[in-house]
Design a protein around this ligand. Structure first.
Ligand code: ATP
Ligand code: MG
Length: 393
């Protein structure tokens, strides 16, 4: 629905009359940005004649690239060549005179047509990618990796990322990020057919590092009521609102995890260097293959990759029949950062693990894949060497 901004209440009322019913009026320009932030479906912003021209142009210029499907219609008392030129350069779609309500109606209609055209026939203007972090084994570092990967994907606020805790019985994403959510997926129970953007927004918790979190229920007893259908609805809705949705999972192929995997575009499988884990990861990979989940988009993350246990990354690649996409060494820094509530990527961006996770995030966003594994192998080896060196001393 259109959003209309003007600090003069009378003008605002007149402008609202010129747009389709249901339009939203905002008196204060600085409230516009937060309003738009969670409304990817907004197709037009009408900036009234009392909105400062510099503010209007600057906002339009930003939206030109960040949300090209949302048109800006500028309403002015006087439209002269200078205003037209500046507006055009800032990507304003229409400039209309304030005394001409029909022109405003037409401009809004044109904005809607453009929006529909950009959405495409299916109506999916925005389809974020779902990244599921999975392992059939508990305690291998799924949550640690999911949290850090989500932070890496935000690229310091450049991308909208939501982290979903689907470890419904014992989820610890919130505590890992030192968040105290008032709502969780539990509050969406029963909304399989009715969940919409605003409702889902109200269930999310904001993390200071440009990350939104959908927390797990506070008690495991509601687990069975979070149905596969609800998980699917939640993820599809989140796709419309975020660029990336990172899903942390329980170590099992339960109904909810399978649903998430079904929706998954990129699957990160976490393994460690121990035979029981590798055996189970192999079975899990066969299951993913049999279910045709994320073919060609599975990424093996080897956590604690430098543990001296008689198995190395090359052996793991042979056993699992797939290349390692990221190697994360065992590091007290990782555990300490988690315990302090600031994941390693935020606490120490220069850390070897932070670099490896950013590299993996780069692969997921489609950046050209560098010979990641080779570089990481060397780094992991360096750590190992350093540790050996310290031991010798
Ligand atoms: N590379 C690492 N170096 C040191 N500690 C690590 C590393 N990766 C994870 N840890 C620590 O291991 C513990 C388990 O990690 P995490 O909770 O992420 O595993 P998980 O697979 O999510 O477990 P669960 O299956 O119980 O959900 C945490 O204390 C975490 O800080
Ligand atoms: Mg976990």
């Amino acid at each position: 629905m259109p959003v209309v901004v003007d600090q003069d209440t009378e003008t605002l009322a007149l402008l609202l009359k010129a747009v389709p019913s249901g339009g939203h009026g905002i008196e204060f320009f600085d409230r516009l940005e937060p309003w738009l932030a969670n409304r990817p479906e907004e197709y037009v912003v009408v900036l009234g004649p009392h909105v400062d021209i510099a503010d209007a142009l600057s906002m339009s210029n930003g939206m030109r690239l960040s949300r090209p499907a949302t048109s800006v219609v500028l309403v002015r008392e006087d439209v002269d060549a200078m205003v037209l030129r500046e507006a055009m350069q800032a990507g304003v779609r229409d400039v209309v005179q304030s005394g001409d309500p029909d022109a405003i109606t037409d401009a809004v209609e044109r904005a809607y047509q453009l929006y529909v055209a950009l959405r495409g026939p299916g109506g999916a203007i925005h389809s974020g990618r779902i990244v599921t972090v999975f392992s059939p084994k508990g305690g291998v570092g799924k949550t640690t990796m999911a949290v850090n990967l989500a932070l890496a994907l935000t690229d310091r606020g450049a991308r909208k990322v939501c982290l979903v805790d689907l470890d419904l019985a014992f989820g610890d994403v919130a505590i890992t990020l030192q968040l105290f959510p008032s709502h969780s997926i539990e509050h969406a129970i029963g909304s399989e057919d009715s969940l919409d953007g605003p409702m889902l927004d109200s269930l999310l918790t904001r993390h200071p590092d440009s990350l939104m979190v959908l927390a797990a229920p506070s008690h495991p007893d509601v687990l069975d009521r979070v149905t596969g259908a609800l998980v699917s609805r939640v993820l599809r809705q989140l796709r419309e609102q975020f660029d990336f949705i990172v899903v942390d999972t329980a170590p099992a192929f339960d109904d909810q995890t399978l649903t998430a995997l079904d929706e998954t575009d990129e699957c990160v499988i976490v393994a460690t260097l121990d035979v029981p884990t590798l055996k189970n990861v192999k079975v899990a990979l066969e299951t993913l293959e049999a279910l045709n989940i994320a073919p060609g988009h599975r990424h093996l993350l080897l956590n604690r990759a430098d543990d001296q246990v008689g198995l190395g990354p090359e052996k793991v690649e042979t056993i699992l029949g797939m290349p390692v996409a990221a190697l994360i060494p065992t590091s007290l820094d990782i555990a300490a950062a988690t315990n302090a509530g600031t994941p390693i990527l935020a606490a120490n961006p220069g850390h070897v693990s932070s670099a490896a996770l950013r590299n993996l995030a780069g692969r997921l966003t489609g950046e050209p894949a560098a010979p990641v594994a080779a570089a990481d192998r060397r780094v992991a080896g360096d750590e190992r060497g350093a540790r050996r060196f310290r031991k010798r001393r």
